[in-house]
Design a protein around this ligand. Structure first.
Ligand SMILES: Cc1cc2nc3c(=O)[nH]c(=O)nc-3n(C[C@H](O)[C@H](O)[C@H](O)COP(=O)(O)O)c2cc1C
Length: 161
């Protein structure tokens, strides 16, 4: 039997990039959440996936909106990564961010390295998460930068280690 802690520790050795998932809340306002479960699934059609915990606001909002954005963070966006990993009630402090709007009305987090605008194609419930397969309808390239990374449960800057 693999315990939760064993599983978490094992997964923490897998270094990932960091994204912010954007969608619209129940009032049609932008909502954002830090996520590293992002991966590409197939090329034809272009499909990506994210895994979203049922405990998050994002889950409720993506279920309703049927669309989401993936904003790939650069190292200069660590403060945003930290901020959007908090629940909305705990998002205090002076974090600078702005949104543009995609062709499909999805919030685009300005200053990100890349934006993928996705329509939900399919979902699969697995335990306490839902896997969203999103067909990529739009890509916006931002500035090239060093990617923000997450490794051993911390933000990771390989060049500075
Ligand atoms: C590096 C990092 C990656 C994360 N990846 C995910 C993820 O892929 N899916 C998820 O549901 N939560 C993930 N989280 C946790 C959410 O960001 C966190 O629960 C957030 O408060 C949810 O916000 P919301 O309730 O406003 O949607 C991650 C947190 C961190 C720090």
């Amino acid at each position: 039997m693999v315990t939760k802690d064993q599983f978490r520790t094992a997964m923490s050795k897998f270094a990932t990039g960091v994204t912010v998932v954007t969608t619209l809340d129940e009032h049609g306002q932008p909502h954002a959440m830090t996520a590293n479960s992002f991966t590409s699934v197939c090329l034809e059609p272009p499909v990506v996936l994210i895994c979203v915990a049922h405990s998050t606001h994002t889950y409720k909002y993506v279920e309703k909106a049927g669309k989401f954005g993936i904003n790939v963070l650069g190292q200069d966006q660590e403060a945003q990564g930290v901020y959007f990993a908090k629940r909305p009630a705990d998002r205090h402090g002076d974090v600078d961010y702005r949104y543009a709007t995609s062709n499909d009305g999805i919030p685009v987090l300005e200053g990100s390295m890349t934006f993928f605008g996705c329509q939900v194609l399919n979902t699969h419930v697995c335990g306490d998460h839902t896997i969203y397969l999103g067909e990529v309808k739009e890509v916006r390239q931002g500035q090239d930068a060093e990617p923000l990374m997450f490794y051993r449960s911390r933000w990771y800057h390989p060049a500075h280690e």
